[in-house]
Design a protein around this ligand. Sequence first.
Ligand SMILES: Cc1cc2nc3c(=O)[nH]c(=O)nc-3n(C[C@H](O)[C@H](O)[C@H](O)COP(=O)(O)OP(=O)(O)OC[C@H]3O[C@@H](n4cnc5c(N)ncnc54)[C@H](O)[C@@H]3O)c2cc1C
Length: 323
Amino acid sequence: MALEKIWVFGEAGADGAATITLEMLAKAREVADTVEVFIGGDGAARAAELGDHGSAKVYATGDLAGRMQGTCVASAVASAIASGEVAAPDAFLFGTTYDGRDVAARLSVKLGAGVLSNVVDLRLDGDRLVGVEPVFGGTLNVSSRFADGGPDIWLVRPKSFEPSPVGGPPAEVVDLPVPELGAAGGAVIRDRFTEESAGPKLDEAAIVVSGGRGLGSADAYSMIEGLAKQLGAAPGASRAIVDAGWVPYSYQVGQTGKVVKPTVYIACGISGATQHLVGMKGSKNIIAINKDSEAPIFAVADLGIVGDVHKVLPKLTEALEAR
Ligand SMILES: Cc1cc2nc3c(=O)[nH]c(=O)nc-3n(C[C@H](O)[C@H](O)[C@H](O)COP(=O)(O)OP(=O)(O)OC[C@H]3O[C@@H](n4cnc5c(N)ncnc54)[C@H](O)[C@@H]3O)c2cc1C
């Protein structure tokens, strides 16, 4: 038995649909007969890619021209349902992103519907959806479902599912008009700041080299950047060195940072606290360099090097440079 219909909140990535949108579409197709996307933006530009990933329709507000996704999209969806123009789906899926959380929270209030957040898996139990959420730093999983009513609103953690195109036809584009928002519509986006970064993005890179407190100083982070450059990898970090101000927050891997799933993850001077592990333990191959052979990171590592990062990293970089 599958759900009748799921709506996925669509977001734009650097080049087409955001990966999280495609990840959620893959899971939604498993548990619902019909999957549709709703977006704050231009639907025609997204129809082919979303259809290829199994979305039958894309409900689109049209260009929001600097207006906030949260207020516009939540109001548009709520008013389309209230007016009877569209039937409410059984469930809404949102990515755990800034816009996803903003729209989900406002929609929850407007529909009087509950939200379950931080979900890493979804499955069917009869005709109800059950979400799996890791707790206590990922050491336990809790399964939850909504008591009754609906529609259910789920916030899904990125990298929980694999995108998988199905070769569907372009999604039908349907207008999702934004109603008059009053004072709530007053907030506008005046400017956007994109942090400059060279090389691959942390959450999309095939190789990630992360540094932790074991580096000893902010200056020593250059060893991580040097190795990352040689490998065409993205540099990452533990929270300890983000909190210490050695690198920006955008580098942080873990529970309160980014979730990464690269082919190779190299943890340098990182102890392996559970809050760090939740962000990287899905990596295909984990290499850890730590001077303490008892460090918990070795429990998840495929290859462990017990040694001083100040000796191992320069040697590794030198060997790669010589190739
Ligand atoms: C609510 C909450 C959320 C959190 N979210 C995150 C998160 O998203 N990401 C995250 O990373 N953490 C997170 N933390 C923090 C986490 O609990 C740890 O404190 C943090 O991950 C530790 O960072 P670290 O491994 O760099 O430092 P430490 O735990 O201090 O480990 C340093 C390691 O370096 C080794 N070392 C020391 N010198 C050397 C050397 N010369 N050569 C080689 N190895 C050496 C040591 O043996 C040690 O294992 C969170 C904590 C809480 C409470």
